[in-house]
Design a protein around this ligand. Structure first.
Ligand code: SF4
Ligand code: SF4
Length: 248
């Protein structure tokens, strides 16, 4: 059962002790009562870990709805409604997708907020520690600063790619949500979350004449074997498309 949480801001040098282990009496409790938003990179990693097409993954494991902030689609993991709203990937032995678990699972009990300077593009990070009453991880383990914890959890690449969304959300916030009709929402959802469908979309001949694609220097051989590069291209594509809508 999840309990009340205490959130404490952390400076760059503040340290905390943590060890999540099967021996902890709370094992797996944090994977119930799920409210797990997924980023585009979370989805890419999970669908590959499960050897699934992104469309199949979204259908089987996710729910999609319009985000409150922007009105654009967001995706979260579909909890098991018959079993304490548990994550579909939790088992008695722990997380079944541990190597490819989402960024927020990696960072826990750390919360990371990031802002982007409009002129320089520089990202500034802020950290806080989330202490939930049921979590026994704080009672043992090594000491870490926020940066050390991120490295220990192999979350650096996740943060780097997830930070692309800051600018996209910032642009979308400046657009009246009613502007986003179903066709814009569908393109957004495909580009951000359904990478295998996006791959098909950009392989069609008419995409090569697409004005935004041309302005981004698109060449169809670039992303052949690199889905992360394809995702980043997709996010640049969405950013450019939103800027056009905003400037209309
Ligand atoms: S120690 Fe905390 S993070 Fe680890 S299983 Fe227990 S509740 Fe979850
Ligand atoms: S993905 Fe893994 S760590 Fe994250 S909530 Fe699900 S089972 Fe727990």
């Amino acid at each position: 059962m999840k309990t009340q949480e205490e959130i404490t801001a952390l400076s760059a040098t503040d340290k905390f002790s943590f060890l999540c282990a099967k021996e902890n009496s709370c094992f797996n409790q944090c994977c119930a009562n799920l409210n797990q938003l997924l980023t585009p990179y979370d989805i890419l990693r999970l669908k590959n870990a499960l050897n699934m097409d992104s469309g199949e993954f979204l259908k089987e494991y996710c729910v999609q709805y319009n985000g409150q902030e922007t009105g654009l689609p967001v995706v979260s993991l579909k909890p098991d409604y018959k079993n304490e709203l548990s994550c579909p990937f939790v088992s008695e032995l722990g997380c079944k997708v541990y190597k490819d678990r989402p960024a927020s699972c990696r960072l826990y009990p750390l919360a990371r907020m990031a802002s982007r300077n409009r002129e320089t593009g520089k990202i500034t990070e802020y950290f806080a520690l989330i202490k939930e009453g049921h979590c026994k991880g704080f009672e043992r383990g090594k000491e870490y600063t926020s940066k050390e914890w991120i490295k220990n959890q192999n979350a650096e690449e996740y943060n780097r790619i997830n930070d692309y969304m800051i600018q996209i959300v910032g642009i979308a916030r400046g657009i009246e949500p009613a502007t986003f009709d179903e066709s814009i929402k569908n393109i957004f959802a495909m580009t951000c979350y359904d990478i295998d469908k996006f791959k098909m979309f950009i392989s069609k001949d008419d995409f090569k004449g697409n004005e935004i694609a041309k302005s981004l220097g698109y060449k169809d051989e670039i992303f052949k074997d690199d889905e992360t590069a394809l995702l980043l291209f997709g996010l640049d594509y969405i950013k450019a498309a939103l800027l056009r809508i905003k400037d209309k």
